[in-house]
Design a protein around this ligand. Structure first.
Ligand SMILES: [Fe+2]
Length: 193
């Protein structure tokens, strides 16, 4: 059986402050993300998906704990690896051109992600995703959702579960969705694109 592990981060836990404090990282990465990894490893034996990749589990597992925990491992790994204390603050090259084509501008895209995140009821994720033909779109997914199940390729995701922002921003989700752009590293998104 494949054993899933918490990914190492290429930055220190206090490196994303003030947008994201060390305490938030200690809970969000150190406890929540770790718990999803542990739950996934506990649920895999006997599932028939012991050696499957996270992507295979997300598109192939029935609704339930295994699917939810695999998706949350994938989602959090993408989220934390999209952040950097030395973030590239604007996309460039082909990604920037695609954003301009499909959203008008990067500023308009950030604005739409902020609005989608604020409007998402309860826990979930806002995604920038790419369709097979190349068109970019935003996806709002509740709970452990992931655009892979819609045959879309995830490029960037923003966590809007309360555990992502409550320590630093309390109930002010929109403030979190503004500050996050200080640490979103467009270089990571360009690589996925
Ligand atoms: Fe989270």
């Amino acid at each position: 059986m494949k054993t899933h592990v918490l990914p190492q981060l290429p930055y220190e836990l206090d490196a994303l402050a003030p947008a994201m404090s060390r305490e938030t990282m200690e809970y969000h990465y150190g406890k929540h993300h770790q718990a999803y990894v542990n739950n996934l490893n506990n649920l895999l034996p006997g599932s028939g998906l012991e050696d499957a990749s996270l992507e295979q589990i997300i598109v192939g597992a029935p609704q339930g704990g295994l699917l939810n925990n695999a998706a949350q491992v994938y989602n959090h790994t993408m989220f934390f690896l999209s952040l950097s204390p030395s973030a590239k603050k604007e996309p460039s090259g082909p990604l920037a051109e695609a954003i301009k084509r499909d959203f008008g501008s990067t500023e308009a895209l950030r604005d739409q992600i902020g609005k989608a995140g604020a409007a998402l009821f309860g826990s979930g994720w806002v995604w920038l995703a790419r369709a097979k033909g190349g068109k970019l779109s935003l996806v709002s997914s509740p709970n452990a959702g992931n655009p892979l199940v819609q045959s879309l390729t995830p490029l960037l995701n923003i966590d809007v579960w309360e555990h992502a922002y409550y320590i630093d921003y309390r109930n002010r989700r929109p403030d979190f969705l503004t500050a996050i752009w200080d640490i979103v590293d467009w270089a990571a998104v360009e690589k996925r694109f």
